[in-house]
Design a protein around this ligand. Structure first.
Ligand SMILES: CC(C)(COP(=O)(O)OP(=O)(O)OC[C@H]1O[C@@H](n2cnc3c(N)ncnc32)[C@H](O)[C@@H]1OP(=O)(O)O)[C@@H](O)C(=O)NCCC(=O)NCCS
Length: 198
């Protein structure tokens, strides 16, 4: 998959995939984000539900303030020909900050066209290639079949054993995972071995 990573005027990453542009969300994106983030299909599995455009604007302001800062989320928009069709966030952990967690949403009107796979692949490219992270995690509700299918299609593996989880924690942080959730990981080596396939 073709990937170009540049920096914008503020030094933030600008990622170009075959069909998409991924860039940090701005307050101008609040209305579009509110529209798809309030759809029922999205609410089912997303923790954050904007209750108004103003709420969406606050969310964007919080999640675009800093990049790579420990214990913060940074939210990128997924853009198709200048229109916002989704978002993808990166959680930079506290401590050694060598691992990250991602979370994503695609507007239901644009789903099942491979856009999430393209966006996630773009973000993991940034995290491994440019930011030299060692492992990328995603935490998913066990009933979220689309998200689990997406992660597997990219090469993420279920982190099922406690020793592996302890190892990941030791290596540089990992997300919290509740009983009804499952944690997936993509290691640098797994990413590198898939990078010619996708
Ligand atoms: C999960 C989500 C981002 C997938 O977005 P998408 O753009 O439709 O995904 P893609 O088209 O890139 O699909 C990639 C792969 O994911 C899997 N997949 C996606 N949607 C699926 C579905 N409805 N059922 C089963 N598998 C699905 C498939 O393996 C698919 O590959 P394929 O189309 O070649 O079979 C989208 O469903 C979404 O935004 N859901 C609501 C928010 C959410 O749950 N976010 C994740 C929280 S952890």
């Amino acid at each position: 998959m073709n990937l170009r990573i540049k920096r914008d005027g503020a030094g933030l990453p600008l990622i170009q995939t075959e069909r998409l542009v991924l860039r940090t969300l701005s307050s101008l994106d609040a209305e579009a984000l509110f529209k798809y983030r309030s759809k029922a299909e999205v609410l089912r599995f997303q923790h954050f539900h904007p209750t108004s455009i103003e709420d969406a604007r606050d969310f964007i302001a919080r999640a675009s303030r800093s990049f790579t800062t420990e214990s913060t989320w940074h939210q990128f928009g997924i853009f198709l020909q200048n229109g916002l069709i989704g978002d993808i966030g990166v959680h930079f952990f506290a401590g050694k900050n060598r691992n990250c967690e991602i979370g994503y949403t695609v507007d239901p009107s644009y789903q099942r066209r491979g856009y999430a796979r393209e966006a996630v692949w773009g973000i993991v490219g940034l995290l491994f290639h440019e930011l030299k992270k060692e492992c990328v995690f995603a935490v998913v509700d066990v009933q979220n079949t689309p998200s689990i299918g997406l992660l597997r299609s990219i090469g993420f593996a279920e982190l099922s054993s406690a020793p592996k989880a302890a190892e990941a924690l030791q290596a540089g942080g990992m997300p919290e995972c509740a009983r009804e959730e499952v944690c997936f990981e993509l290691t640098f080596d797994a990413w590198r071995s898939r990078s010619t396939e996708l």
